[in-house]
Design a protein around this ligand. Sequence first.
Ligand SMILES: Cc1cc2nc3c(=O)[nH]c(=O)nc-3n(C[C@H](O)[C@H](O)[C@H](O)COP(=O)(O)OP(=O)(O)OC[C@H]3O[C@@H](n4cnc5c(N)ncnc54)[C@H](O)[C@@H]3O)c2cc1C
Length: 377
Amino acid sequence: MSAHYDFVIVGAGINGLLLARNLANAGAQVLLLDQAQPGQESSWAGGGIISPLYPWRYPTAITALASWAQDYYPGLAEDLAAETGIDVQCRASGLLMLDAEDSEEAIVWAQRFGRRVQQLEKREIYQREPDLAAGFAAGLWMPQIANVRNPRLCRALLASLESSKRVEIKSHCQLLGFERQNGRLTALKLRDLKSGRDQQLTAPGVIITAGAWSGKLAAAAGLKLDVHPVKGQMLLYKFPAPPVASIVLTAGRYLIPRQDGHLLVGSTLEYAGFDKQASDQAADSLKQSARAMLPKLADMEPLGHWAGLRPGSGDGIPLIGRLPGFDNLYINAGQFRNGLVLAPASAELMKNLLLGETPIVDPQPYAPGRESLRALG
Ligand SMILES: Cc1cc2nc3c(=O)[nH]c(=O)nc-3n(C[C@H](O)[C@H](O)[C@H](O)COP(=O)(O)OP(=O)(O)OC[C@H]3O[C@@H](n4cnc5c(N)ncnc54)[C@H](O)[C@@H]3O)c2cc1C
């Protein structure tokens, strides 16, 4: 690894992959590292809903990134299909939220931010989704919300980057720590996990996009940043054809229909450190929630069950920007439950900050170190 890089990106989940793409498209030379295989952690495990769940319950900083990204996704999917032949199936299935108690707030939020939310009566719910369990009385319908096959999205991004002359990708390469002189990061300490060899690398700019592990890496740079793992488990079923037309959400649990009849059921929220074990208890709880939505599932067993680690952040808002005390160390992490929807906007904002461009949104709410800044102010 003696080549000259403008930027080293540490972590090749959706955030690292998209940032590498954006920087390379802007003419930068990029090295993208991952301690495992790219796109196999949270970005693989997620559901691919291109919206926060109950989006009106989030701060404006989340709506700003989500809205930008929702408008960007269809074009990204088209570009990736043309570049790689991989159809990531970004499909506007719509999002149906049942029995939400705060529907008035949803309508006010939709008017304020120009998003489409419609209140549905009981009859309209069952016209839309005849196989749902009886007893749902009211719904909120967001027709424009899409879901994407996120494992394919990561595969397509990787295939596209692999064909770029400006990007080098190194798997099984772990960032162990940093060399620093005054406020400048002078070298990265890396380990090739296949050969066991350690090496050092210099680069003008380094960006941490290591998902749930980003807090650990910040700690290795001597910084205390609240990015922590939040485990989520999912189930996968298979039908001959989609058993529901739209994403269906009630009481925090959801069904996501894929075009080919796969149905995802999610998800748990568990604070269990870096443990990624899928548990029978979580499977039972998810099965129960799913059957309460879709009685057809009562006689079926899931084909798949897995867990992933979401990158949680202290205030639920991602950290995007330069790390305090460093000239050339940056972070883009902490997207929590919304990493897939927010990724295109997070990567674009990070690129804007790295290249001195006009940012797509006000970067202040995402500034790393904002907690300590708030405490001082
Ligand atoms: C069950 C579940 C359901 C979800 N559903 C949705 C959804 O429907 N919609 C949505 O928007 N979001 C969803 N999410 C959240 C979303 O998946 C995440 O927020 C997002 O994928 C985070 O992406 P990332 O690139 O930051 O992290 P990751 O995808 O976790 O990637 C981080 C990468 O960093 C690498 N890494 C870590 N440490 C090092 C190191 N020291 N050196 C080198 N590499 C390192 C890892 O190997 C990994 O590949 C869900 C998550 C889960 C778990």
